[in-house]
Design a protein around this ligand. Sequence first.
Ligand code: IMP
Ligand code: MG
Length: 198
Amino acid sequence: MPEPRDASVAATPDGGVPAGTNPRTGGQALSRVVFDEAVIARRVAEMGKEIGAAYAEGANLLVLGLLKGSFIFLADLVRQIPRPLHVDFLVASSYGARTVTSGEVRLLYDPEATIEGRHVILVEDIIDSGTTLNRLVPLLRERGPASLELCALLHKRIAEDLVLEPRWVGFDAPREFLVGYGLDHGEDFRHLPYIASL
Ligand code: IMP
Ligand code: MG
């Protein structure tokens, strides 16, 4: 059966959404759809299987979503991992309404789940400068996980000095500001079912 398509993504010659016709954005035009729903769903299903295959049977798996950006990706991803696992979240401070990083990352919510002795997968929406991960990885390592891996839906391949390379990456992303499927600009656009360039 074909994947359901978002009717608001009208097919235009450039694959973009025409100005003034997208009810989800209140009519604001997005420059183009970069990854549509079907492409995302296929890749997330593959990633779930790869992650499931990477751990020994009985491994104590904790999938940690970095809020808010990862919430849709994480929800779809865990449903594609065919093994027992627990889910928790952490919240780091964000860019706010800006489109560039301030370089400062603060932890606003600490996961309740025990990290010590568990196989932890930190799930991130997008790796841009790498600042967020470079601050969070040492913090999580201090808590003694049995292993720590990164899973990112998108990677801009800008960061050169990541303290830990992501083991799973959904897509290499263009170096543009992306929104949708959890990613926001000033809290707008998280609910778009596809990923678009602003
Ligand atoms: P980094 O610390 O520069 O790697 O940025 C990571 C965080 O910045 C991501 O988790 C996102 O919340 C946000 N971010 C980076 N690039 C984008 C983008 O293109 N669109 C929306 N959010 C982004
Ligand atoms: Mg984020």
